[in-house]
Write a new protein. Structure first.
Length: 132
């Protein structure tokens, strides 16, 4: 037969076991939250993340476009459309070769900026040609 003192000691052990299991579950939840927080922090604030790679590719596009314009652009506004299209195609290839996908409108914007920053044309010239 179970004596009352044995029953109390068994209940005490059961309560201690339940408390230990609950404490362990809380520990796992807190640990997961902290690790998730660290991962989120790394994704947002990692200076060596994808943002750096994107900036590097944009820089490469600017250099490539400006080199192309120096070598191939006559300076005539009538040749701007062909130069712009050629540069956009090359820039899109460069983006894809580095493992990224970008809508053509984004690539066009980067190329347009590179051409304007390089002093080969103006925003007004692009607007007049409908290359916005």
């Amino acid at each position: 037969f179970i004596v009352e003192s044995d029953w109390r000691s068994m209940m005490g052990r059961a309560i201690a076991l339940v408390f230990f299991v609950l404490l362990f579950v809380v520990f796992l939840v807190v640990k997961a939250a902290i690790q998730g927080g660290k991962a989120a922090y790394s994704a947002v604030f990692n200076p060596n993340g994808r943002d750096e790679a994107v900036l590097r590719i944009i820089g490469m596009i600017h250099v490539t476009v400006q080199e192309y314009m120096r070598m191939n652009y006559s300076g005539k506004k009538s040749d701007l459309r062909v130069a712009f299209l050629n540069c956009t195609n090359e820039a899109q290839k460069l983006i894809e070769a580095n493992g990224f996908n970008a809508p053509i409108s984004v690539t066009e914007s980067i190329v347009r900026s590179a051409i304007i920053d390089g002093g080969f044309s103006t925003a007004d010239d692009f607007n007049k040609l409908g290359l916005v």
